[in-house]
Design a protein around this ligand. Structure first.
Ligand code: CO
Length: 131
């Protein structure tokens, strides 16, 4: 398995409003799903071999709500798929790369993920996943 851009995360105030542009463009938007521990509701929009992830906060003190309050709606993170997440995270820690959380988390679909802090990535919140 190779590296790829798994998805690009976009913070939005309203999924209903935000997804309509993609539907108008003729793209298929997934059903909404909620990720309780991240306090977000999301839809995925497949685009070629990658996807857009639209993220709507479900609580005022969620990460996404704070991001929108500070910077407004817009590009939130880039997500790379990596072949071996555990080995990659071990290597990053050894190199002193700053992670948002120390442990690898499990997402809604059972996939594993971590976020790298923008201070270690040239200003981009970088998510790494392994399917
Ligand atoms: Co994401």
């Amino acid at each position: 398995m190779e590296f790829s851009i798994d998805h690009i995360g976009i913070a939005v105030k309203s999924l209903a409003t935000a997804k309509s542009i993609y539907e108008t463009l003729g793209l298929r938007v997934s059903a909404e799903e909620t990720v309780a521990h991240e306090q977000v509701r999301l839809v995925m929009v497949p685009v070629g071999e990658s996807r857009l992830e639209l993220l709507e906060p479900t609580s005022e003190d969620s990460t996404i709500a704070k991001f929108i309050a500070k910077r407004g709606e817009g590009l939130h993170h880039v997500c790379l798929r990596v072949p071996d997440l555990t080995a990659t995270v071990g290597r990053l820690k050894k190199e002193g790369v700053r992670l948002v959380s120390e442990e690898i988390k499990t997402g809604a679909g059972g996939h594993k993920y971590v976020f790298l802090h923008p201070s270690s990535t040239g200003g981009v919140l970088l998510e790494l996943v392994q399917k």
